[in-house]
Design a protein around this ligand. Sequence first.
Ligand SMILES: Nc1ncnc2c1ncn2[C@@H]1O[C@H](COP(=O)(O)OP(=O)(O)OP(=O)(O)O)[C@@H](O)[C@H]1O
Length: 300
Amino acid sequence: MSVIECNGLSKNYGKKKALDEVSFVIKENTITGLIGRNGAGKTTLLKLIAGFIHQTEGDIKVFSKNPFNSLAVSANRIYIDDQMNFPNTLTLQDILQSAASFYVNWDQLLAEKLFDYFSFHPSLRYQQLSKGMKSTFNMIIGLSARCPLTIFDEPTTGMDASVRKDFYRALLKDYLAYPRTIILSSHLLNEIEDLLEDVLLLKDGEKCLHLSIEELKEYGVYLQGSDKCVRELAGDKEILYEKSLGQDHLQLGIKNDLTNREIQQASSMGVHISPISADDVCTYLTNKTIGGIDDVFNRS
Ligand SMILES: Nc1ncnc2c1ncn2[C@@H]1O[C@H](COP(=O)(O)OP(=O)(O)OP(=O)(O)O)[C@@H](O)[C@H]1O
């Protein structure tokens, strides 16, 4: 069953097209990574899914309903980001208690265990927490709420590496025990790829790809060898990346549609083939140039 269906979804802010005719379906009980560069449209898409803003054009359905101002949708989703705020009159303990009465699937034991594990003091106020501690506290709410649709927009802002690891592990463990539909936006695909089932990649407001993580890991390959042989083998295939490795030596990243014959040819030509990581595929597909930052310093 699908939980989210978008069809030709667009969102403009004045003249700025933040999302441009995006279409995709997210199935129930999956973890999807929403990946894209700064300004790609991730937060805009997540806010549309949460029902906080209205689309300019196109269609969006969440649990088969238009999410904008929908009580049914808001009762079944939680949206966690670094803009969350809570009244200063409430202690952290009070906040957890009111969350418990708001979310029907709330797991108080999990909330308390995570609260202790991360050494929060119950009488502290949210505003007294550091940036990373706020994100950690938000994560406790996001996980303990066990909402059928859980949206994390850049949840690890400010968390140190070890808290981020703990968060990913807690997310995976809780998801396996209580499957639900989770969307996680991030710039750090390499950190979260082991968690993900699917990746939705945005570029400049458009959908770049929506694939399973396994498909993404096989999306591209590097060809490395003499300039002439690498170029001959690449032919007119889509080039994702290009790097000169000294005189007459080249590394090309291409879309992986090599035939068996071409793989044999590569071996006889001395061209080495190796996989491109999912993270690098996303970086190359969303780079402005195929040489990346090196192109800025390339004077030729
Ligand atoms: N309220 C707004 N008014 C005008 N433009 C906006 C508004 N919100 C976002 N934008 C623009 O829409 C585009 C998409 O922004 P969005 O915040 O969705 O991107 P993002 O992928 O979440 O970026 P980041 O990774 O930097 O958080 C950007 O060009 C941004 O400047």
